[in-house]
Structures are given as C-alpha cells and as structure tokens.
Write a protein that binds this ligand. Structure first.
Ligand code: PEP
Ligand code: MG
Length: 594
C-alpha cells in the first residue's frame, strides 16, 4: 500500500530543516481511579504521596544538574517551574486533605488536587496560561507514575536518528535524549514560547508545535520533512519536495559553515571601525567553545544560574571557582560578571521572595542584593578574588539612579577593604559598570557616566520598561518592539553620553545579537562592544565587515527620521534584505515578514 501523503502547517518554534523518519513517543497518561482506604492507612498513604513527590523533585534536580552545561538560564528556569509546582503547598496540602477527609488513595487525591489547580486558570486561549496548565498536567503525571513505580518511555532508548512526534514533552525529556539521534520535533501542545520551543531552539533542533497528531496521521517510519522556518510538515512527500528541501538544508548548513570562516577576523567595518563581539553566558561550562564562534571574551555572565543549584545557595568558594574558571579559560580576553539578577521574571526555587503584585517592578536584581547584603557580599568577594586571575569587570543590574549606584559601589568598597585587611589578593582597579536597562538610567546616562567605567545596554529590559510591556506576556507581545523609536532614542542617548564622557559602552540584550539590527545599532553612536549568544556572532560579524561606519550613520539617521515603529521595521527589513539578499531569506519566513 502506498504511504499516505500529506502536508500540514503548525507553529514554527525552532529554525532549521529536518528530514527523516517519524518516531512516535508513546506517552500514556496515567488514569487514576477512586479507590478507598481504611482509616488506619491514611498516614502511610500520605507518606507514600510525599515519597512520590520527593522522588519527582529528585529526578528533576538530577536532570537539571546534567542540563546545566547544555542549556542556558532561560531554559533552566523551566525545571524550576516544575520543582516549584511539586513543592506547592496548596497542591500538596489539598491532596493530603483529600486523603484524610475522603479516605482515598493518594493517586486519586493528587489527581483531584491538580485538576482543581488547573481549573483556577480560566480558559482564555492565552498561550501563557495554557503553558502553565500543561506544566501542572506534566507534574501530575510524573507524581502519579512515581506513585505506581512506573517509568515513562525514555528518549534515551532511541537507537537511530528520527523526528519525534509527541503530544507533549517534558523539559527533562530533552535533556535525557542523545542529541545526535533527534533530528526534529513535531509536538501537539504549545506555542513558540512553550518549553519545547525554547529548549529546541537552545539545542538547535528544528521544531514545529501546535499540530494535531491525529491530523498528521503518520505512523512510525513514515518519511517526514519538517521545516522549522515556515512551520510546515510534509509526510511521505514526492521526490521533488525531497529534492527541494535537501537543497535548502544544504544551503542553510553551507551558509552557517561559511560564516564561521570569519572566526579569526576582527569585527571591523570597511572604513576601519572595530567593535568587540563577545558572548553572553549563563554557566561556566565549556567557556572554550565560545572562541569557536569568534567571541572575544564574555560581555555578560548571568550569574543567576549558580543560584539555581539544587544543593542550595552557592557558597563563596563555589562561586569563586566558577568565575575563575571562565576567566582563566578566556585569558587574555575580559569577562564581565553581572551580580545577581534574581526576581521579576527570574524566580528561583532556592531563594524565597515574598509574592509581589508587580514582581518586575519589585524586589529584583540590585534591589534584592541590597535587601540581602550577606548574599551580595559573598558574591562580591568571590568576584573580587577571581579578579586576581584574569581580566574581570563587575557589573550591577537594574541600576535606576545615582544613589543606587553609589550604594552598590560603597558595598563593593567595603568588601574590598575587608579582603585587603585579610591579605587576600584581588584587582584593586577592577572596572565597574552598570546595565542600562531602565528608562531612568538611559535618560540620566550623562550623570551615571561620571561614576562608572562602562555601560552595557540591556535592551531586553529596556524595551519592557520603556514600552510598559511585560517581556514574558504573550498577550502584549505584539507591542514588544525593539525598533520602537523610543527605544532607539534611549539607546542613542546612552551611547552618545557614554562617548562624550569617554566611558565604554556595549549592548548585551537580544537586540544586539539579531543581525537585522546590526547596521542600525552601529549608526546610533560609537558602540564598543556587542555581547550576544555566541551562535549569533558570526552573522553579526559578517554584516559589520560588509558596511562602513559612514553608511551606518546615514542609515540610522534615516531610521530616526521615521515616525512609527511599523515604518521603521519595514524600512530596516527591506534595506537589510536588499543589501544582504542571501542572508534574510529564511529569517523573513521565520519572523513572518513579507
Ligand atoms: C537585558 O535586560 O537586556 C539583559 C541582557 O538582561 P536579562 O535578559 O538577563 O534581564
Ligand atoms: Mg535585564
């Protein structure tokens, strides 16, 4: 019988082309039944539940520690979400109450409690809410399996390279798998920012999500083409389609290889202006790999990751070793270590922060460090001590005014004096910088510039705060616009003031790693450094090497003369696509730009 041919469109969640055989990941949901227990069995039943939860937490922590080298901070938070749910007092407390009051087995009690929790999220069709419901569903299934001493089918068992088709995947699945055996993912649940989408992108595995498995109708072994750029999936396609996608795949991989040829060359414009391109990192694992992409040091070391260690808060020694390891590996290039930026959209199961009404405007980043001087000082000591072994710069996050900056500097000074008294070596002239990521700091850049050695513009937060758009809220994501004129003016103002004061200025938000913005950013003033995900460096470098500073200045001036974000976006995309016709074909498809 001829295999069924079909074509489907889902959500393009992770770029790339995959061609291979289908493999269904069979994930039976555990269906609990209501079974009564005797009064005398209540306490043992509660213990059984607690034990299953403990085992679930341990399993996630185990995966999490193995994941630390593979995933970045954003992805590691996904594990934290599951741990927080497993330890959630309401969820567990309610299940225990049901066991006691209704005298039923733990499976049924936990199922009821989880369903109640899911019911609290009203179905609004909102992607974020849907993701949280999926989280509870996944956590519930894990606990129920543990209660029954059953194991899930594991991605570890896959023997040959395949395209996974599944209803949903847990963050832990993606870590347990052997990356060389997974060509792509087709997942029924989720949107672009779902766990699978984020993790697949981090692991550079093409993925399409939001596609009904039933509709695809594929069976194990069916031939599949998955286009992560457009979100299209072709099942048992005709040979012309294969040919077309094989060519496209080759084109993409040839293009990526070609970009790497620039690795050793400087990011220098045709008229001789050099920009340092460095990497954003979240862990101390494999710093050597950054050089393979041409990174000239680290422009942002997000230290929050260390504070997610399942063993508890990191002690001074542990931090010192992590910072020293990265610094020594990258010698003589510099490493900018940012002090803890916890809170807001970066929760941690290791640190208790009282629930806040507006966490993003609350006790996060430097504010958290001021509230917890012990944690802050331990970190400062570790950074200072590591500064003896290489070129370290220290950076404070979320500075909103001069007083706040002075307070941070005073604590740093106190810490330096303490180390001095104890005869511990450190770099007395360690450069001090701040993130410019609030509208207030961008507008008083001239005042702040008098007190620091460098600025690093955090566009991720700057956009969020300037445009009053929660960076994690899908409902308002359409307003999160890096090319909004207000954002561009704030960047220009910051760069100008830094240039005037002879203070170094870099960009470390996502905007700097998106090559569509490269020419524009270079025209907003004299930018010394752009720090980004290391994979993005080769392309940004290619563009810098293809333009002149003069051309970038004129381009930025034209952009700033435009009145609206949509005009700017169109202008920038068209100009870049015209100038670099080969470089934006797939990007435009991925971003849905015509
Ligand atoms: C930023 O806000 O742009 C930034 C780089 O910091 P983070 O994404 O860690 O908040
Ligand atoms: Mg930030």
């Amino acid at each position: 019988m001829k295999p069924l041919q079909s074509e489907h469109t889902g959500i393009n969640a992770s770029k790339g082309i995959a061609i291979g055989k289908a493999y269904f990941l069979d994930r039976d949901q555990v269906v609990p039944v209501k079974l009564p227990i005797d009064k005398g069995d209540i306490d043992p039943e509660i213990l059984r539940l607690k034990d299953a939860i403990r085992k679930s937490v341990e399993a996630i922590k185990d995966v999490c520690s193995r994941a630390a080298g593979v995933l970045g901070q954003t992805q590691l938070y996904l594990f934290d979400t599951h741990i927080l749910l497993l330890e959630d007092e309401m969820l567990v407390g309610d299940a225990i109450r049901i066991i006691r009051e209704e005298k039923v087995k733990a499976e049924w009690a936990y199922h009821l409690s989880a369903e109640k929790c899911i019911g609290l999220f009203t179905d609004t069709g909102n992607e974020y809410i849907q993701e949280r419901k999926n989280d509870i569903e996944q956590v519930k299934n894990r606990v129920l399996l543990n209660l029954q001493d059953r194991e899930q089918e594991n991605l570890e068992n896959i023997q040959e390279p395949v395209i996974i088709i599944a209803h949903d995947l847990q963050p832990s699945d993606l870590i347990q798998m052997d990356k060389s055996k997974i060509l792509g993912f087709i997942i029924e649940e989720g949107g672009r920012t779902s766990h699978v989408g984020i993790m697949a992108a981090a692991l550079e595995i093409p993925a399409v999500v939001g596609l009904s498995i039933q509709e695809i109708g594929a069976v194990n072994g069916d031939a599949i083409i998955l286009d992560g750029f457009s979100g299209k999936v072709y099942m048992n396609p005709p040979s012309e389609t294969f040919k077309k996608f094989l060519e496209k795949k080759q084109r993409v991989s040839y293009y990526e290889k070609k970009l790497l040829e620039n690795r050793e060359l400087p990011a220098e414009t045709k008229d001789g202006y050099c920009v340092k391109l460095s990497a954003n990192i979240e862990s101390s694992d494999n710093p050597e790999i950054l050089r393979q992409y041409g990174a000239e040091g680290v422009g942002l070391f997000r230290t929050e990751y260390l504070f997610m260690n399942p063993e508890g808060l990191p002690q001074e020694e542990e931090q010192f070793h992590e910072y020293r390891k990265v610094t020594e590996a990258l010698q003589p290039d510099p490493v900018i270590i940012r002090t803890l930026d916890i809170g807001g959209d970066k929760p941690s199961s290791k640190i208790d922060i009282e629930p806040e009404k507006n966490p993003v405007l609350g006790l996060r980043a430097i504010r958290f460090s001021f509230r917890n001087p012990d944690i802050f000082k331990v970190q400062l000591r570790a950074i200072l001590r590591a500064s003896h072994y290489g070129d370290i710069k220290i950076m404070f996050p979320m500075i909103s005014g001069v007083d706040e900056l002075r307070r941070a500097k005073n604590i740093l000074k106190e810490t330096q004096e303490e180390l001095e008294e104890r005869g511990i070596p450190f770099n007395r002239n360690i450069p001090i910088g701040i993130m410019i990521e609030t509208p207030s700091s961008a507008s008083i850049a001239d005042l702040l510039a008098k007190e620091v050695d460098f600025f690093s513009i955090g566009t991720n937060d700057l956009i969020q705060y300037a445009l009053a758009v929660d960076r994690g809220n899908k409902d308002v994501a359409y307003l999160y616009k890096p090319l909004h004129p207000a954002v561009l003016r704030m960047i220009r103002n910051t760069v100008r003031e830094a240039n005037q004061a002879d203070v170094k200025v870099g960009i470390c938000g996502e905007m700097g790693g998106n090559s569509i913005n490269t020419m524009l950013l270079l025209g907003l003033g004299k930018i010394d450094e752009i720090s980004m995900d290391a994979h993005s460096i080769p392309k940004v470098k290619k563009f810098i090497r293809s333009i002149t500073q003069k051309e970038a200045d004129e381009f930025a001036q034209k952009v700033l003369d435009l009145g609206s974000t949509s005009e700017i976006e169109r202008f920038v995309y068209n100009a870049m696509a015209e100038k670099f016709p080969e470089d934006f074909v797939e990007e435009r498809i991925f971003e849905g730009i015509n």
